[in-house]
Structures are given as structure tokens and as C-alpha cells.
Design a binder for this molecule. Sequence first.
Ligand code: SF4
Ligand code: SF4
Ligand SMILES: [Zn+2]
Length: 469
Amino acid sequence: MTATRPYIYYDLAVSLCPKCLKRVYGKIIFEDNKVFMLKKCKEHGSFKVLIATDIEYYKKCRQYAKQSEMPCKFGTQVKYGCPYDCGLCTDHEQHSCSSVIEITDRCNLTCPTCYAGSSPSYGSHRTIAEIEKMLDIMVESEKEPDVIQISGGEPTIHPDFFKILDIAKTKPIKHILLNTNGIKIATEEGFAEKLAGYMPCFEIYLQWDSLNPDILKKLRGADLSDVRQKALAKLNELNISTTLVIVVEKNLNDHEIGDLVNFAMKQKCVRGVVFQPTQFAGRNENFNPETDRITPTEVRQKIIEQQNIFIDNDLIPVPCNPDALTMAYGLKINNEVHPLTRYIDPTKLLEASKNTIVFERDEKLRDKLIELFSTGNSPESSSKIFDSLMCCLPKIEAPANLKYENIFRILIMHFQDAYDFDVRAIKKSCVHIVHKDGRIIPFETMNLFYRNNEVYLKQLQKEDESFTF
Ligand code: SF4
Ligand code: SF4
Ligand SMILES: [Zn+2]
């Protein structure tokens, strides 16, 4: 008998060398109940990268693929092949579910971990004219963008911050998110009250990360516990829709995942929590990519293990970009969260939902979910009305007029870096950043190539012309 490999060979990927960012082929293999990528750079040797700790879930993501939705307009042609043509190029396989507009490079913090490399003195603020142009580029590309994130740096320190929000509000944008570290909300009198004026269809993406001061110090370079609590108290008081954003690193805050979900569910203003494994890009001072990277399936497993509301069936791949996004939905009623996703038949979900990251923007699904839990329908009659979308029904005493504040969402949002980079998945990237030169660039490739690395990218393009697709 001939010898066998110690693993199962599953797929071939086009990836990157984590050291020089040159394209290399990678093998996707299953070994010890885990998924790894094996790859080799001529100059930097071999790499074995853990990409998932749950083979079944990794395979399940492939079943959630659906027809790609295109932007109204592409920005670049295919010349060098993915990921060297971003703009979006005509070969990209998903529109912008969520677009990031960076209104400044500057920040009032200098976090050891920052993909944008921001600090109080780094770069500059964009002008109003530049920002308006960026917003218009997104409207041209999406017609009515689902979600625009006003970001930075720290967007609230832009001297024309509220003017920029006013301008954004005049555009046909369905939902505006403000990415912020919360310092201004916590410390400037009247700031949160002004933000409240932009509701509805306006939400705060509040950097949260941890409930532990030492961890915050390590991640953010400062103990922000007090700032966080003050900001959240303000947002709760004014009931401004808020999502808590948790950057996750292995052996740093991954033991807190369940506590963070439980904490978030208790906050009046909080509509959900986003877990974002650190992408190894930009400034990563206290981060060792060999030991500190955490895979999305580990985050998923820890959510299931560390709290007792959401179970395995609640955390499912999001069809617009299943490799990168895992989601669970619940209804928050009288401070209790009732998970919903387990009741959604995946095949129906694929048929019914639009290609979008936020299901509450999908009117058909949202209306059905909301109607389903209205007191006007008994669970029996609801079941008849909604069995086109639901396979069974929870029995929940719900108040009439369910609103956005009754939604609670868990999202795992994974941005691949040069370690786990897989062109197959990157082509489906649906969180995009508007480059200051007007190109629309996937979040992942922006931070690896297009933010500060374009001179080097040109060299890679030249050297790598023979890499065919
Ligand atoms: S990531 Fe998308 S836009 Fe960028 S090169 Fe690949 S296909 Fe084109
Ligand atoms: S991670 Fe956010 S808060 Fe920290 S320096 Fe970067 S932009 Fe500022
Ligand atoms: Zn290399």
C-alpha cells in the first residue's frame, strides 16, 4: 500500500506571501479537524496558516453563495489580476453593501492597533469638497447606498464634522453609521444631543473592545473604560441606535466574548455587537501574527460556548459574503433577546433576501419578521402567513409596533490579511472604502496595498505580469 497524506486536500487558493505580498498559490487542507492554508514563497519559504477551526462551518459557507449583485458602475479594468486591479475592477463579484468614507486621517488616540495608522499628527482632514465627491461616487456606484460609514481616523474631530453629516443626510443613503471611539460623545457637552438629531437611519458604531481596563490599555494605548461608560450612558439616555464594535485578538479578549454579548443585550440603545478579528495590516504594534490571529470560526465557537442565548443554528453565513460574515439575529423585547435566525430556512433566506449585509434594510424580510412577532397574529395564523420564510415559530409575547430598537444582531466581520488571503473570497468583499482618488476599494486590499503601499504595488504588478488567471 502506498503512503497517504496526513491531511485531506480540499481546494486550491490564490493567496499572498505574508512577507512580500507577492501572489502565491495556496492549498486548502483539512487536518486535525481544522482548515489550514499551505503556501510557499520562493524568497520567504513555506507557511501553514490556520484559517478555520470548524470544517463543517467552513464548507457550509460555500453553500450560501448566491448570484452576485453588481455596482452600477465599475472603476477599473482587469490588467494585472486580483488583487492588483482594485477600483472596483470589472471582475469583482459583489457591490458595496457597506461603504466607508474616511473624512480624516487624524485621531485623538494612537492605538497600537490601527489599520489606518492614525494619530493626532498623522495625515490631514479631507476638505468638504473632497468628502462630497466621495459621497457622490458612492451614490453613482450604488444609486441608493445601503450603508455609508463615516469614518477616519476619528471622524468626530474633523472641524466640519456636523456639516459633513448634514451633507450626507441630503444624499439618498439608506443608513448612516458613525465609526467612533466615543471620546467626543463622552467628554463634549451637547455632542450626543446633536447626534440624536440625525436619527432615524443613523447609528453609532462605537469602539468597545473589552470590559477590562488592562486589555483596553493594551489595545488602545489608554484606559478608556471611563470614556466608554460615559459615552454609552449618553447614548442610552438618548436612545441613539448603537452597535458595539469589538476587535478580537487571541488570548487577549477572546475569553470575554460571551460577557460582551450579555452586556450588549442589556443596553437600551444597543442594536447589536460586531466582532472583528484583527486584520494584520497598518499599525500592529503589540500583535504577533503567528500567535495572536483569531479565526472567525473560533470567534463563532466562543460566542456559542460563552453565553446561553444564541446557539449553533443561530450563527449563519451572510449570503452576500459568506466567507467574511457570520450573523445572528434576535428580537429584543422587554430587555430579553429572542434569537430568530434558527427559524429561518437557509434556502428561503437565499431566495428572499437581497444581497445586503443588513437584513433590516431588506424590507421584505424585515416586514415579515416584524409582522410575525406582532400581537395581531397568533403564532398559528403567523405560521400560515409567513411559512414562505420561516420553517417554525417561536412563541414570543411581542408588543405591537416592533421597531428597529427591537432588533439585536451579532455579526462576525472578518477581513482577510496576507496570511489567510484567498482571492476566491476577496472577490466577494462587500465592505468597501472610497479612496481619496475616487476608486472604490475592498476594505481588505485597501489596507494591504492601496493605503500607503502603492509604489510597492506598482513593482509587484510589473514583476508579476506572468501570473495568469
Ligand atoms: S479585489 Fe475585487 S476589485 Fe480588487 S482586483 Fe480583485 S476583483 Fe478586482
Ligand atoms: S484604531 Fe481608531 S481610535 Fe485607534 S488610532 Fe486608529 S482611528 Fe484612532
Ligand atoms: Zn515572499
